[in-house]
Ligand binder design. Structure first.
Ligand code: SAM
Length: 199
């Protein structure tokens, strides 16, 4: 007796297998793309903002110059766009009460982790905040490593919000209208120290 071959079921099982592996491949690819987007996105999105301020960490010399500029100062310190938190941790080591304001969630998490590992969490904190929306009125010392096209707007914000006797240190790019008290270092490591005139 001839075996009965059910053609309908034998042909329909093959496409089913294909579509299952298709789902697996598509799902895996989607997961990979999503993962890349999740991790790389915060590093790429600054390029899409009105003012593009990418993550470029301060050099050792720049860090040293910032604290030479702030020699003898104390109180509250903020780094606007704190990156991996290196300036904030250094400020905490030098007895400032230090805070970092940073938009990139991964850099905030990394900063918090490294700060915890170094036992500095009581003196150094971070928030995932837009520096343009962060009030400056509580700080005695403000540091910014920015880009040239943001300095005019930032200068206005600082003048409008900061308290008396604050000192501002600008790294690499100076404030455009205020005369600095001091200029420290050279080339890309130059920092400018400002006492902000109150109107
Ligand atoms: C030039 S890096 C300086 C990093 C750090 N201050 C240092 O000196 O090592 C600028 C940082 O600002 C962050 N940033 C860019 N736009 C921002 C915004 N609107 N608010 C807060 N942080 C911002 C970037 O993610 C980047 O980490």
């Amino acid at each position: 007796m001839e075996p009965i071959v059910n053609e309908a079921s034998s042909t329909s099982s093959k496409p089913k297998e294909k579509s299952y592996s298709g789902y697996v491949i598509t799902g895996t690819l989607a997961g990979v793309v999503f993962g890349i987007h999740l991790i790389a996105g915060p590093f790429i999105t600054p390029a899409l903002r009105r003012i593009c301020l990418p993550f470029v960490p301060a050099t050792e010399e720049q860090v040293e110059n910032v604290f030479r500029a702030l020699k003898g100062r104390k109180g509250k310190f903020v780094d606007l766009g704190s990156g991996d938190g290196r300036l904030v941790r250094e400020a905490a080591k030098r007895n400032f009460t230090a805070h970092g304001v940073e938009m990139n969630i991964w850099l905030v998490l990394y900063s918090k982790f490294k700060t915890y590992r170094q036992g500095l969490s009581s003196k150094a904190t971070y928030s995932r905040t837009d520096l343009w929306k962060h009030s400056l009125k509580q700080y005695d010392n403000i540091v910014i490593f920015g880009v040239q096209n943001m300095m005019k707007e930032l200068e206005k914000k600082i003048i409008a919000e900061c308290k008396e006797d604050v000192r501002v240190v600008a790294c690499r790019f100076p404030l455009p209208n205020i005369e600095p008290e001091a200029e420290i270092g050279s080339d890309v490591n130059t920092v400018w120290l400002y006492k902000i005139p109150k109107t």
